[in-house]
Design a protein around this ligand. Structure first.
Ligand SMILES: [Zn+2]
Length: 283
């Protein structure tokens, strides 16, 4: 079902469209607050958070404005948050790399939406240390749509682990058993850590996100995604602990690491498992 036209111009257009969506995600994520939720994201034009000047169109071009202005406001010495170009870049890449990985089908659209949602979740969790319920519900809804699409239509692989998924199959378990098992695994695994550490290692938002993503990925992919989340998390946490910038008591926002885990499974799941078994067999 790969109907993607080829060529650099086509990918460039997708990338630019992605960066535009990314700058919208920046607005939504930065205007989100604990008190008001997403309500503020519909209000008003973009302005500098420091000098309050309303931004002109040429100050709002994704990536380019940041580069040309060298990360500074044009009217005051305010340094623009690195979040802006990073989110724009990641959203651009989501629109390019998802069809590159899956080809084009309705499934591709749903996964692009999932990645855009993940970017929003990571940005809000990094800034405020919370994952809004609304976003977790949207992930679960996307999971349901992906599952229905795979089940009734495309006949595409349901696992990103390729043939290795068969090794972890749950008996005669049907498609839906594997989906629900994925959600259960996420909830029980992270719920257990939440209870065991009395909410210090992660928040309830992380538990809900793990469940929603478990439903989206299904078993066994979710297991690899969450193991990789810890792996990536420790790569970031260990230097911070060693430099004494953080102690074990400060929780790192875990949402971004869960998102990183899913992304790694989506793009490299088969190769990671393959590499693991290769090492396991030969050493
Ligand atoms: Zn300013």
């Amino acid at each position: 079902m790969n109907v993607a036209p080829d060529g650099g111009a086509y990918y460039l257009i997708l990338f630019i469209l992605g960066t535009l969506i990314g700058s919208y995600l920046n607005v939504v994520s930065l205007r989100f607050s604990r008190e008001e939720g997403f309500r503020a994201s519909r209000k008003g034009r973009s302005h500098c958070p420091h000098c309050d000047k309303t931004l002109k169109w040429y100050e709002l071009i994704p990536l380019l404005s940041f580069l040309i202005q060298r990360g500074k406001c044009r009217s005051c010495p305010w340094r623009i948050s690195l979040q802006y170009p990073i989110v724009e870049l990641l959203a651009g890449l989501s629109l390019v790399l998802t069809p590159w990985q899956l080809g084009w089908s309705p499934l591709t659209i749903l996964w692009i939406l999932a990645f855009l949602l993940f970017i929003l979740i990571a940005a809000i969790d990094l800034r405020l240390g919370i994952i809004p319920d609304k976003l977790n519900i949207l992930v679960a809804v996307l999971g349901l749509l992906v599952a229905l699409l795979v089940y009734f239509g495309s006949g595409l692989d349901t696992s990103f682990l390729g043939s290795y998924a068969l090794l972890f199959q749950l008996g005669e378990g049907s498609f839906w058993v594997h989906r629900l098992a994925g959600a259960m695994f996420g909830l029980v695994f992270f719920g257990g850590i939440y209870l065991f550490t009395r909410g210090k290692a992660m928040g309830l938002g992380d538990v809900k996100l793990a469940g929603a993503i478990g439903f989206l990925l299904g078993w066994p992919d979710i297991a690899l995604a969450l193991v990789l989340a810890f792996f990536v998390g420790s790569i970031f946490a260990i230097p911070l602990l060693l430099m004494k910038r953080k102690t074990l008591k400060d929780a790192l926002p875990f949402g971004p690491f869960i998102v990183a885990g899913v992304t790694l499974v989506f793009f490299f799941g088969y190769h990671i498992i393959n590499g693991y078994f290769y090492l396991f067999n030969f050493y």
